[in-house]
Design a protein around this ligand. Structure first.
Ligand code: GDP
Length: 193
């Protein structure tokens, strides 16, 4: 914690480690930037000054999950398609957890999410990396191409959690961020035993 941080409440994991590094992954156009701006607070009309440290591709802030603060560094705009293999591999290795996004209105993005899941497994075979498969744009009911049950089944096959969201309606986006922190805590706790 920085000197200006409030005292760490009892039971908090915050003092034990560095920020959780969470990466937004997914095909272009699925809503990663929209997720990042909600996280950064830019889409929050009450307070545009929420984010402690924000740059184009990175935003760090404290979020409260189940009564305990957690510091999360969200990494966005990593361009899966254009980075070199080396950069991609390094990036994947440096993250603690992934939100793997697709758009429920775009089947190709759903297939891309599967490919990315397989890449993650290849780069991080030994680790049980927390991943949530996120079906975004669930507000676009009439344009839906991927059903919720397909998403759920895919997540079960890939051994990860699943959530449907709408960044446009700000529905379930924070639920996804909180979910990934819960998984990271569970993993960190089990590593500490
Ligand atoms: P990125 O390429 O993954 O960063 O995708 P963006 O966040 O730039 O989103 C691509 C487009 O989809 C933009 O026009 C967004 O406004 C729109 N978009 C993102 N999330 C949603 C959503 O949940 N619902 C709807 N209707 N549009 C969305």
């Amino acid at each position: 914690p920085t000197p200006s941080s409030p005292p760490t409440p009892p039971g908090s994991r915050r003092s034990r480690g560095s920020p959780y590094r969470v990466v937004l992954l997914g095909a272009s156009g699925v809503g990663k930037t929209a997720f990042a701006s909600i996280f950064a607070g830019a889409a929050d009309s009450l307070d545009s000054d929420d984010c402690e440290l924000c740059a184009d591709e990175l935003c760090e802030r404290e979020v409260e999950v189940d009564g305990d603060p957690a510091t999360v560094t969200l990494m966005d705009t990593w361009d899966v398609e254009t980075e070199s293999d080396w950069a991609r591999e390094n990036f994947l290795r440096s993250a603690d957890a992934f939100l793997l996004l697709y758009s429920v209105t775009d089947r190709a993005s759903f297939l891309r999410a599967s490919e990315l899941r397989i890449s993650l497994r290849r780069f991080r075979p030994a680790q049980r990396t927390p991943i949530i498969l996120v079906g975004n744009k669930c507000d676009l009911v009439r344009r839906r191409e991927v059903s919720a049950s397909e998403g759920r089944t895919c997540a079960a096959v890939f051994d990860c959690k699943f959530i449907e969201t709408s960044a446009a309606m700000q529905h379930n986006v924070w639920e996804a961020f909180r979910g990934i922190v819960r998984q990271l805590r569970l993993r960190r706790d089990s590593e500490e035993v």
